[in-house]
Design a protein around this ligand. Structure first.
Ligand SMILES: [Zn+2]
Length: 269
């Protein structure tokens, strides 16, 4: 048994029941069982230390983490940004290990450019480069089942349409695609492909998450996607690992709420 198969089999043994129960149930069954709210904590950028820890905290509660990574973030040529410093980003060995453990790894651009600020043809090539790299380097990645997460949640209709020729859905700024609401619509998501999300920064965002989640739970239902980044001292608008643990511990006991990665929601259709 090679290392990857070993990780895969031990991952399935220790985590299988919790991580796969939602997928087996299917989305309709979930609603029939009384789930009215879906919450996705969608982590961006690919900080190695933070993403392993985020995965561990999710595993404590039988949950899959929603992890979105910059395709070339760990390769020579990556241009360090203020909030995503070179050397902190994991590589596809890390992402394959986390995927083997049952977590969701999705594209968050080729090189973290704001695609609305570069020529449109260059932006389209950037999307293709990202998806091609994922197909080559991430085990069993299928673009047709993927959610493409725009860097800076910056997009326009032409870029979204272009990405949607290859992926199942795009995630972008809630202010761009959601009309007068913070929430994506439920239960009918079969025709939805543009997901809106919200993020808070650059300081620690624990308090924002707490109030957004509480407000969401007081509504009748819907799908809230909160865009997070690193833990503790990493990234723009980090969440503290201590608070994330406390939050997930509380949320898994809420009967009408499901905590799911974005791609998983579509796979359950
Ligand atoms: Zn980002």
């Amino acid at each position: 048994m090679n290392r990857r198969d070993f990780i895969k089999s031990t991952g399935l043994i220790t985590l299988g029941v919790g991580l796969y129960s939602f997928a087996e149930a299917g989305l309709h069954r979930l609603f029939a069982e009384g789930k009215t709210h879906i919450l996705t904590l969608s982590f961006d950028d690919g900080f190695k230390k933070s993403f392993y820890r985020t995965a561990e905290i999710h595993e404590e509660y039988g949950l899959k983490a929603c992890l979105n990574v910059v395709a070339m973030g760990n390769t020579p040529g990556y241009i360090s940004e203020k909030w995503i410093k070179e050397g902190l980003i994991g590589n596809f060995d890390d992402w394959n290990k986390l995927k083997d453990r049952g977590h969701e790894l999705m594209p968050h651009s080729w090189d973290h450019k704001n695609l609305t600020e570069i020529p449109i043809n260059e932006a389209k090539e950037n999307i293709d480069k990202c998806l091609d790299y994922f197909e080559k380097n991430l085990d069993s990645f299928k673009a047709s089942e993927a959610v493409y997460n725009f860097a800076y949640n910056a997009s326009n209709q032409e870029l979204e349409d272009y990405a949607l020729k290859r992926v199942r859905a795009v995630r972008t700024g809630g202010w761009l695609v959601l009309q007068n609401t913070k929430y994506n619509k439920l239960p009918d998501i079969s025709k939805q492909s543009r997901l809106g999300c919200w993020s808070y920064g650059p300081d620690m965002c624990d308090n924002n998450i707490e109030s957004e989640v509480n407000e969401f739970l007081s509504e009748n239902g819907g799908w809230l996607i909160l865009n997070l980044h690193g833990l503790d001292d990493e990234g723009w608008g980090p969440v503290s690992s201590k608070y994330l643990d406390i939050l997930l511990k509380r949320l898994v006991d809420i009967k009408n709420l499901a905590l799911l990665p974005t791609g998983e929601v579509f796979r359950m259709l």
